[in-house]
Design a protein around this ligand. Structure first.
Ligand code: S3P
Length: 168
């Protein structure tokens, strides 16, 4: 494929960014990077522990640093964390260095995908479905600024990857 810029997958937690990203990288021969994995490796801690021990602000600083680095490279497929593009500087860096694909899903589908995991500190709350709806509403403004939005509810990874390949 001739598209050399990075492909950034953005969207809410549980939207399928990492799973789709891996499949897309396989298909395109690009290198897959997951921002949260890079952060966990660097800190030698799980995201949930970084939030608990050092706080969200510390995590967001790391996230911005990693975005800055990744945006200087080419030919990556990058799964971003669900809150990454809320920061305008992050958004700008991603936008300039690649195409932004937003993966969307209904709050109910998101809940089904994340409910058995405690790995998402922002959803370890009493009423996660309400929190998903609240945060989704708050972040919709950022996600819709992506170059493309792809619905993932009730769709296979293969279908989603094919749609992305048609778009870029
Ligand atoms: C976050 C999403 C998470 C992770 C962190 C914060 C968010 O990534 O970066 O827990 O603010 O939405 P995923 O979207 O990969 O779950």
């Amino acid at each position: 494929m001739s598209y050399e810029k990075n492909i950034y997958l953005v969207g809410f937690m549980g939207a399928g960014k990492s799973t789709v990203g891996r499949a897309l990288a396989d298909k395109t021969g690009k290198i897959f990077k997951d921002l949260d994995d890079i952060i966990e490796e660097r800190e030698n801690k799980k995201i949930v522990d970084i939030f608990e021990e050092k706080g969200e602000e510390y995590f967001r600083r790391l996230e911005s640093e990693v975005i800055e680095e990744v945006s200087k490279s080419k030919n990556y497929v990058v799964a971003t964390g669900g809150g990454a593009i809320v920061n305008p500087t992050n958004f700008q860096k991603l936008k300039e260095s690649g195409v932004l694909i937003s993966l969307a899903a209904s709050p109910e589908a998101i809940y089904e995908r994340v409910k058995d995991s405690k790995d998402r500190p922002l959803l370890n709350v009493e009423n996660p479905i309400e929190e998903i709806k609240r945060m989704m509403f708050e972040r919709a403004y950022y996600y819709i600024k992506s170059d493309h939005i792809i619905e993932t509810t009730d769709r296979s990874i293969e279908e989603i990857v094919e749609e992305i390949l048609e778009l870029i």
